[in-house]
Design a protein around this ligand. Sequence first.
Ligand SMILES: *Cc1c(COP(=O)(O)O)cnc(C)c1O
Length: 428
Amino acid sequence: MTASHRAFMRARSVIAGGVNSPVRAFKGVGGEPIFMQRGEGAYLFDVDGRRYIDYVGAWGPLVLGHADPDVTRAVADAAARGLAFGTPTEAETELALEVRALMPGLEKLRFVSSGTEATMTALRLARAVTGRDKVIKFEGGYHGHPDSLLVKAGSGALTLGVPTSPGVPAALAAHTLVARFNDPDSVGALFDRHGHEIAAVIVEPVAGNMNCVPPVAGFHEHLRALCDQYGALLIFDEVMTGFRVAPGGAQALLGIRPDLTTLGKIIGGGLPVGAVGGPAALMDQLLPDGPVFQAGTNSGNPVAMAAGLATLKKLKAPGFYETLSQRATDLTTGLSQAAARHGLAYATNAVGGMFGLFFAEGPVRYYEDVMGADVDRFRSFFHGLLGLGVYLAPSAYEAGFVSAAHTQADIKATVAAAEQVFSRLAGP
Ligand SMILES: *Cc1c(COP(=O)(O)O)cnc(C)c1O
């Protein structure tokens, strides 16, 4: 019996499902979660002493890899000065200035402690300033778990929202309209019917929670134009893509100016930070200068701010994103070539430091393409790689991440491991 198995049994006795976030439980791939003990650069080490090349990166935040020395030092220094004050600190202003320098559209920000809080706040603000209740989201889009956003369409139908979870009031879900990612006409049709009731469109500019699906050319220009035409706000949920696909996020990469932007993950460098930002006139509608309620005991925590600031500073190193993107494309190209040698249907996507792998013919552009991929094959692939010391996200519907700590040698070792698994999958 492994130490990891014992740890999971103990956890299950006292923590719901044994995990504090459901995907961690390996339900998507079968088997049991691996309990980790420490991380270093590109590697994770489990409680049984096994090493893994990590492509989860704590689900996005660790763009510098695990336990980056500059980040851990900044955290230790901040902690030594006090863990929390519940007063403003200069660290919050420093981080806000750093974010604004990278994303000039965020004239003002408000820090929160998670991506969920950020999208919840953005939605409330959008509804408040427009005086409208409805929002459009995309099938397969994930924005954390505010009630209004835990909604998806039934089998591709463009219809009023159906809650994804029990406990979400149907009356609230009815205000959430669901469109098809990369299909501007599906959004146009919703605006045709409900245009003057729609407060906002919220979108992951590069979809990252139905695996990784880049936007098709012109998609976001279409969203921008529809929002402008109907007076709705365009919310870019950059919790994942912010500082991941480019220093200025997807909005810089795509050349689109959203009205509001939500951030999380990398902005906290591994500690819990989220943010919502946009033009001063909008952001000033939040309390205390405006009437829209928003608050948080742990918001702007000085230790978390220090981790975020130390992380963002390192992203400005010359060539940082070129190298990060190169690693991701070296990985996806290497994997595609290996799969092709074994005659497997395999497709990949990559944008900046995020990537997607699919057992499908490809290209993968739509939610249905993702759903059409062979999940059983993915499960075998996942467990095969895990056994060879490569840690992918334990679900076919999650994006993968590389970090600045991943070397060419790590990528090569990963492709070599994958080649072994592909040859087994292809059979005799
Ligand atoms: C992770 C994620 C969230 C939720 O962030 P939490 O910190 O887990 O609440 C929201 N939006 C997107 C795009 C995400 O990837």
